[in-house]
Ligand binder design. Sequence first.
Ligand SMILES: C[S@@+](CC[C@H](N)C(=O)[O-])C[C@H]1O[C@@H](n2cnc3c(N)ncnc32)[C@H](O)[C@@H]1O
Length: 211
Amino acid sequence: MFSIDSNKIHSEMLADRYRKEQDFIRGEGIKRCELKNLAIETNAGLGNLTKLYKANFAKVITNDINPKSIAEHNMDSLDFIRQIVNNLPDKIDLIDFDAYRCPTEEVKEYFNRIRNDVPVVICISDGLGLWMKRRKDIEKIKKHYVLDDNLTFFHRNGLQLDERHPWRQHIDLWENLLTVLCNINELKLNPIRVQQTKGQNYLLGSYLVTK
Ligand SMILES: C[S@@+](CC[C@H](N)C(=O)[O-])C[C@H]1O[C@@H](n2cnc3c(N)ncnc32)[C@H](O)[C@@H]1O
């Protein structure tokens, strides 16, 4: 007899919805690119977003740690930023950090070269909301999102870290981190579209960074 695996159908529906939301957020970012010469995509996996970028940019450079991925550079994404991206001579128009995990270290590393690229669009997927709910490891959250051990940046802006429900601040945590990084480089952060997926497990965002 034909049996339906409802768990499998449910997870496929969730993955499909996540992909649609992710494509929408990226699409909003692409619209704000002044030039469409070069896009960088970290964690390219099987290439769902790569297709979108190849349809919109003259050149796309990708990486993924998994050798089965379609990515051009088979390497860790932090190494990819340090060794490849930060040494590129060309202006980058959009850079995508797509990870089910948290890409803050890659983003911090990229800011070492960002002044060569502005205006530039940054796209992010961050799965740490789920982990924040399960672990609530405040020290690790600070390590990821806060540059200042004393949280002075938060205090200066009147934002307190909600230690009981840190995932509810996922959007604020990213905005704070990116604002600090922009301030250090005398740049301006312009959020284009930022949202959490249903259940607040993932953050999807696109941001324009300008002079
Ligand atoms: C969310 S999936 C990527 C989906 C893909 N961007 C797409 O649109 O089809 C995450 C990918 O990150 C890759 N990954 C995980 N850890 C990594 C690391 N440290 N460096 C590079 N890639 C990594 C995985 O192999 C996986 O392909």
